[in-house]
Design a protein around this ligand. Structure first.
Ligand code: ADP
Ligand code: MG
Length: 253
């Protein structure tokens, strides 16, 4: 089966500082990967490179077998035009720490927008699916509400429904519970837990180590722009082999 993610040799610098220093990452179809690592280690940058919100300086990303952001001409890569990148991105879900809902759109319209505008699917069909998705994340009663009326946990569940509406083979989560009050974390983790067995590949950047152990197949530990250790979740979390993984895990719990 085609890998959900195949990233090879990813490098990225900001003003002379190399933030990703040769990252290789493979995610199988349906696999759940938890990505952990200290603040500033490059986790968000890597997620943004995977869906080409950020262009890498070197290396390639394939999502579902498709080269992201570029087309290959012989040995050289040419940038794809913006509309082609947007079409690629519309097949990859992305859930941000700060929800990033459109404040001027209702909950329903937030979910419906991308499938209709970026994927050009019929609105009636998308609306019916969006209502089902909102029911699935426990928000059937909030279809016509505006985001500002919702709690952070509810807003993040809308963001997850919005990602699911793209029917993605892959969803990227960047610290989806970090901006939430502690009492709202559980409801969002419950929704993500529910997705873990749905066949969609998930890459979840998280500091929730207990959650990672419970839902992830694989844990990837990123430090200073390189993957220092990766493997089966319980193995990495309970018996980390690398001293930097050991030090990080002893700090976060
Ligand atoms: P993490 O998500 O693991 O905390 P980030 O990927 O956000 O790490 O950041 C990695 C490093 O890159 C940090 O030192 C950060 O300051 C820097 N960085 C991230 N985005 C930018 C940017 N747009 N411009 C300049 N520096 C950036
Ligand atoms: Mg980050």
């Amino acid at each position: 089966m085609t890998a959900a993610v195949l990233a090879r040799g990813i490098r990225k610098s900001y003003s002379g500082t190399e933030v990703l220093r040769g990252v290789d990452l493979a995610v199988r179809a349906g696999e759940v990967v938890a990505m952990i690592g200290p603040s500033g280690s490059g986790k968000s940058t890597l997620l943004r490179v995977l869906n080409h919100l950020e262009a890498q300086d070197a290396g390639t990303v394939h999502i579902d077998g498709e080269l992201i952001g570029y087309r290959q001409r012989g040995n050289t890569l040419r940038s794809l035009p913006d509309h082609a990148v947007r079409a690629q991105r519309s097949r990859i879900g992305f859930v941000f720490q700060q929800f990033n809902l459109f404040p001027h759109l209702t909950v329903l319209d937030n979910v419906v927008l991308a499938p209709v505008s970026a994927q050009r699917r019929p609105r009636g069909e998308v609306v019916a699916e969006a209502k089902q998705l909102l029911e699935r994340v426990g928000l059937a009663d909030f279809v016509d509400a505006y985001p500002r009326r919702l709690s952070g946990g509810q807003q993040q569940r809308v963001a997850i429904a919005r990602a699911l509406a793209l029917k993605p083979r892959l969803i990227l989560f960047d610290e989806p519970t970090s901006a939430l009050d502690p009492e709202l974390v559980g409801e969002v983790l419950a929704v993500i837990r529910d997705l873990a067995h749905s066949g969609t590949a998930l890459v979840i950047v998280t500091h929730e180590i207990g959650f990672a152990r419970e839902v992830a197949d694989t844990v990837v530990f990123l430090d200073e722009g390189v993957i220092v250790e990766q493997g089966e979740a319980a193995r990495v979390l309970d018996h980390p082999e690398h001293p930097r993984t050991q030090a990080f895990l002893s700090r976060v719990r």
